[in-house]
Ligand binder design. Structure first.
Ligand SMILES: [Zn+2]
Length: 410
């Protein structure tokens, strides 16, 4: 299996023309430019000899019918508004090129390559819509309740595209033996360590805790300081030593932020009667997430009742971490070594379709470096040599996976 580097780059650049915006791409899911990109992908997959279709939620899926089993390779082809040209597109075009080269190398492989471009990973309507539909089916009523920022209902969007009545494509565990997704890192770590390939160990879990402070609104001029129940002041005091507490509770890879702070009524001449902070934290380990959560609760208990202000903490989001398959990680690592590019193991701080897939079948992810760590912006880019290396490494890993599962290929 030998990839055609020129063809790979040409397809990546062609895909970037749909919704092109300067050096970047503006291709929100189900926009006219996203539709055109999906129809183009369908053509390319068909030309590659795959049995391809666009399903009822906009997933473009191509199957190598000559093979009874397949490694599924892909990512998403929608972007955030004013996004970059590689986020998602890279993994889809890798899949396309690997499937093409696979077919050229051997016309009757026991294990083939299926390719997928999932819909709406970036949550224009509903995050990871395509991969969730593919694996689990959608949530009850989701087609009715999910809308884009303009209030366009998901069901109406799909009907207008003419896809709404189509059956959804589904993961087939009798056929799909693993899922591989390549992606740009979207952060600065590979570049900082001078590594060209990242092996993703897992995708971090995300939790949010809302801490509320209730005091009493009073006249800001006439109420003596010692008689105030200032919820705003209590919040500031709480937030002041929180970073140190969380640093002690977390791991070296933990991240957190105080993403939203509100003080009510939020005017200068009223003592704040209510305040709240929304804390988000992420880590790969459930026990570390538990520790951070416990620390936030302990800090809340310590703050409760101080200066007449009550404090309570409630969890508002808990997305579990997703582990990538360690054996597939090793195959990617070995493939990278085979190309003289020692890989770096790392967690993904961003969500990816692989986190949905990994709950159903063995999944592996490969990262290539993002120049300057930039992503979700038109400045997003990667070095051409890294783009090509990543494709070769993924193809090698897919081959050894296929050989392990179904005998030699190509
Ligand atoms: Zn992405």
């Amino acid at each position: 299996v030998k990839l055609d580097h020129g063809r790979l780059l040409a397809d990546l650049r062609r895909l970037a023309e749909f919704g092109r915006l300067g050096t970047g791409v503006d291709r929100p899911c189900f926009s006219p430019q996203d539709r055109a990109a999906r129809e183009w992908l369908l053509e390319r997959m068909t030309a590659a000899g795959l049995d391809a279709r666009i399903d009822g939620v906009g997933n473009v899926v191509g199957q190598m019918r000559t093979a009874p089993r397949a490694v599924l390779i892909g990512s998403h082809s929608d972007t955030v508004p004013k996004g970059g040209w590689l986020d998602g597109a890279l993994g889809v075009v890798y899949g396309l090129e690997i499937a093409r080269a696979w077919t050229e190398a051997d016309r009757r492989p026991p294990v083939g390559v299926d390719v997928v471009s999932f819909a709406d990973e970036e949550a224009t309507f509903s995050g990871m819509l395509g991969s969730r539909s593919f694996c689990d089916g959608l949530l009850e009523g989701e087609l009715e309740t999910a809308t884009d920022a303009e209030g366009w209902r998901l069901r109406d969007a799909l009907a207008e595209l003419g896809w709404g009545e189509r059956p959804p494509a589904r993961l087939d565990l009798a056929r799909h033996l693993a899922y591989l997704e390549a992606h740009i890192e979207q952060g600065p770590r590979l570049e900082a360590e001078a590594r060209r390939i990242g092996v993703v160990t897992g995708i971090v879990g995300i939790r949010r805790i809302r801490v509320r402070f209730r005091g009493r609104s009073d006249h800001a001029g006439t109420t003596p300081m010692q008689l105030r129940k200032d919820a705003g002041a209590a919040l500031i005091e709480f937030c002041h030593d929180l970073p140190l507490r969380l640093e002690r509770a977390g791991s070296a890879d933990s991240v957190w932020n105080l993403g939203r702070i509100a003080i009510e009524p939020g005017v200068a001449n009223v003592v704040p009667g209510f305040a709240e902070v929304l804390i988000e934290y992420r880590d790969l380990s459930t026990s570390v997430l538990d520790r951070i959560g416990a620390e936030i609760r302990a800090a809340t208990v310590a703050a409760d009742g101080r200066a007449g202000v009550t404090a309570d903490a409630t969890e508002s989001l808990a997305l579990p971490p997703a582990e990538m398959d360690p054996a597939i990680g090793e195959l990617i690592e070995r493939a990278a070594r085979g190309r003289d590019a020692p890989a770096m193991r790392m967690p993904s701080g961003a969500g990816h379709d692989a986190m949905v897939l990994s709950r159903h079948l063995p999944a592996g992810m490969l990262f290539i470096p993002s120049i300057g760590g930039r992503s979700h912006d038109v400045a997003e880019d990667s070095h051409e040599a890294d783009i090509l290396l990543g494709a070769d490494v993924l193809a090698d890993a897919a081959l050894s996976l296929a050989a392990r599962e179904g005998g030699a290929v190509g």
